[in-house]
Design a protein around this ligand. Structure first.
Ligand code: AMP
Length: 208
């Protein structure tokens, strides 16, 4: 099964993706993670992407689309994949649809993890991520509960950037809901609940 995961930053897409990966072995393709790795390794892509990411703006489409196409061509994507954080706008969605036939795959569902903006601001300002294993926790986690690693706050989870990211979501990404609804692929779950309750509904709605 191939899934596009939709939802505002901080809606819990990464958490749901993680659970699906652990239980079903899908390839987790997060453009945010791929871009952060490129920034950390100071690759040419990372150097170019960093300025956009620090502001909470979208990285230019041609860079991200190239990155996703390469990643989808890797063998592990054949066992089913979850696209997390991509597409982020209509041009990216169209580019993805155009690339799928040559890769010999199709999207089975566009899963929206739906959370109100007020809840999001709180969640993002409290979010902390493990530097070692990528676990997502909160400011209450002194160290990573999974591996004991150091927890840090993403630069773009600081208050001045959060507003920008939510504006970008409302303007650029929300139109994708109509796009995938028209394709008959949209599946919406209420993300403002305990992650396990959200996950139970995700599985039921996806027929997993
Ligand atoms: P995320 O981890 O998905 O919240 O992404 C973090 C940042 O990476 C975003 O604020 C953007 O700057 C950049 N980014 C991630 N995915 C995309 C994408 N599909 N298109 C453009 N920029 C992206």
């Amino acid at each position: 099964m191939n899934i596009v995961l939709l939802g505002a930053p901080g809606a819990g897409k990464g958490t749901q993706a993680q659970k699906l990966v652990e239980e079903f072995g899908f390839a987790h393709i997060s453009t945010g993670d791929l871009l952060r790795a490129a920034v950390k390794n100071a690759t040419p892509l990372g150097v170019e992407a960093k300025g956009y990411m620090d502001k909470g703006a979208l990285v230019p489409d041609e860079l991200v689309i190239g990155l996703v196409k390469e990643r989808l061509a890797e063998p592990d994507a054949k066992k089913g994949f979850i696209l997390d954080g991509f597409p982020r706008n209509l041009d990216q969605a169209r580019a993805l649809d155009a690339a799928l036939p040559e890769l010999g795959v199709k999207i089975d569902a566009a899963l929206l993890v739906d959370v109100e903006p007020e809840v999001i601001v709180n969640r993002l300002s409290n979010r902390r991520v493990c530097r070692n294993c990528g676990y997502t926790g909160t400011s209450a986690d002194a160290v990573c509960p999974r591996c004991g690693g150091e927890m840090y706050q993403r630069d773009d989870d600081k208050p001045e950037t959060i507003k920008n990211r939510l504006d970008v979501y409302a303007k650029a990404t929300e139109p994708l809901l109509g796009y995938y609804e028209d394709e008959g692929l949209l599946v919406k779950v209420d993300g403002d609940r305990d992650p396990d309750a959200v996950y139970a509904e995700v599985k039921e709605r996806l027929g997993l």
